[in-house]
Design a protein around this ligand. Sequence first.
Ligand SMILES: C[S@@+](CC[C@H](N)C(=O)[O-])C[C@H]1O[C@@H](n2cnc3c(N)ncnc32)[C@H](O)[C@@H]1O
Length: 277
Amino acid sequence: MERNFSVDRNSEIELRLLIEAIYLKYSYDFRDYSGASIKRRVDHALSQFECNTISALQEKVLHDPAAFMQLLQLLTIPVSEMFRDPSHFLAIRKEVVPLLRTYPSIKIWIAGCSTGEEVYSMAIVLREEGLLDRTIIYATDINPRSLEKARQGIFSMENVRAYTANYQQAGGQSSFADYYTAAYGYAIFDKTLRENVTFADHSLATDSVFSETQLISCRNVLIYFNKSLQGRAFGLFHESLCHRGFLVLGSKETPDFSAFGDQFEPLVKQERIYRKS
Ligand SMILES: C[S@@+](CC[C@H](N)C(=O)[O-])C[C@H]1O[C@@H](n2cnc3c(N)ncnc32)[C@H](O)[C@@H]1O
């Protein structure tokens, strides 16, 4: 019993040291991520890297940038889907688009865009609603590999088949196949969808606001942050959004219990669509 306690305490210390080392060496700041989630990711990394202790993993990533890049893939959870939660995208189309239409030009920030599925989904909705030409999308993430994949816009055909059903449930007005060319098991998405998209490195943990925006989509990112970092992110969103701008979140995320709870009011609560108060 006593022994287990000291093993747990040791790994807690090692975990903090690893996170600190990553911050000092590579400037990626995971210090305010949710403890349980980061611990799960690091446990997984231990087996992937065949390390017995977190200290051994730290030694490896500190001296080998390529190993760090590999660890970053595990820490950032680059999992996404097109038209993820179709009812959310249907609500964007029905409830948000008519209001967005009133702006002469539109800036959208997709924070934590991962490998780009959310960006292409948003671009398709805007194209079908006739708004894409007057929209600039900033798609940001901390993972350079994910951003590169997002820039390429090539997704496996197997996944695209599932995305087709999502697209239809999300109120898609065309045939999903109109948006890509299939080749060798991959779907190469129409590059005109990303003509007005800027993909860029940006961290919600360390960077500041870069533009005024009418809509911010930050989905399935804040769940990995602790309350204090969530508060920082809501602060950035509040600063970036124009008067009555829109904030859209993932299905398990809400500003309600943050210091910004009364700064955002629900437009479609069930779909986590908010407006700056
Ligand atoms: C689970 S994915 C969500 C992808 C997409 N938004 C979606 O809902 O399908 C989480 C993304 O958040 C990104 N991320 C993690 N920490 C971040 C930070 N501090 N700033 C910006 N993005 C971050 C990760 O790199 C990852 O791509």
